[in-house]
Design a binder for this molecule. Structure first.
Ligand SMILES: [Zn+2]
Length: 103
């Protein structure tokens, strides 16, 4: 399982989840109903994960192709420090090389 994006707005997660599922990609939302947490991390954002790692490239491309306008306006693109590719601002890791992106 690989986490694709995290977003504090549940609507964004479900938006991308419906896009991926409509393309036949199995997804999983992490931290959606967080209860009984053990850790000290103060904030949990829901994260959209894919079940099958082999869907990763296609899933990331679909997300990149379906950015709602309000997201691209509020979340500036992140340039990957490893390969220099630009990523949508809500990506957790680079779509091109999988490097972790700066927050
Ligand atoms: Zn990269």
């Amino acid at each position: 399982m690989i986490e694709l994006i995290t977003d504090p707005t549940p609507g964004t997660i479900s938006y991308f989840q419906s896009i991926l599922e409509s393309e036949g990609i199995q997804t999983f939302v992490r931290n959606e109903n967080m209860s009984g947490t053990e850790g000290m991390i103060p904030i949990f954002h829901p994260g959209l994960c894919i079940v099958n790692d082999s869907d990763l490239d296609r899933a990331k491309q679909l997300i990149a192709d379906n950015q709602p306008s309000e997201i691209s306006e509020t979340a500036p693109e992140i340039t990957c420090t490893a390969c220099g590719e630009k990523n949508p601002g809500n990506f957790a890791s680079c779509w091109n090389c999988d490097a972790e992106l700066p927050a």
